[in-house]
Design a protein around this ligand. Structure first.
Ligand SMILES: [Ca+2]
Ligand SMILES: [Ca+2]
Length: 168
């Protein structure tokens, strides 16, 4: 009996462990390393993009590593026909020129992927887009229109949504 209990506990732990590791993304969102991403097929300003993401309980994408930049670029290339354009990031230097922060957290950027001679916009270019062809970044005017990607960070695991279903 004790042995059976042990086997059951281990099985439950393994099942639980596997489920905890999985993120649960809404339909049409893509999961990558603890975040869900939504590639929005809508061409608008940085503020408009940011507002839209917030309406989805998300933020404009914060790209914090080469890994994440590479993932986004791979995805953009897969859907090249739908998204033949650059994408807004959540970063801005509108508060203090030359000091780039993520708008959502106000944390300073630690990873950059500037293209050659960027950023070059000074006070006229306070928002960042990622290029769809090579993933390099460019500062441009926040009132320009571009496509964008929303990101939900630290999304709840499947077991949480399962629990919700049981309670609900
Ligand atoms: Ca600027
Ligand atoms: Ca620029």
């Amino acid at each position: 009996m004790a042995a059976l209990n042990f086997v059951l506990s281990v099985s439950l732990l393994i099942a639980f462990g596997i489920r905890v590791g999985q993120a649960d993304c809404p339909d049409e969102w893509v999961q990558y390393q603890g975040s869900c991403y939504f590639f929005v097929n809508n061409y608008t300003t940085w503020h408009g993009s940011s507002k839209y993401c917030q309406s989805q309980n998300a933020e404009l994408v914060a790209v914090e590593s080469q890994d994440e930049n590479d993932f986004l670029l791979r995805y953009i290339h897969r859907f090249r026909c739908a998204f033949n354009s650059q994408f807004w990031l959540d970063a801005t230097d509108m508060i203090l020129e030359g000091v780039w922060e993520w708008a959502q957290s106000l944390e300073a950027l630690t990873y950059f992927n500037w293209g050659p001679n960027e950023p070059n916009g000074q006070l006229n270019e306070d928002c960042i887009v990622v290029r769809d062809d090579n993933g390099e970044w460019n500062d441009i005017s926040c009132t320009d229109r571009r496509y964008f990607i929303c990101e939900k960070k630290n999304v709840p695991s499947s077991c949480v949504s399962d629990a919700d279903q049981v309670i609900g």
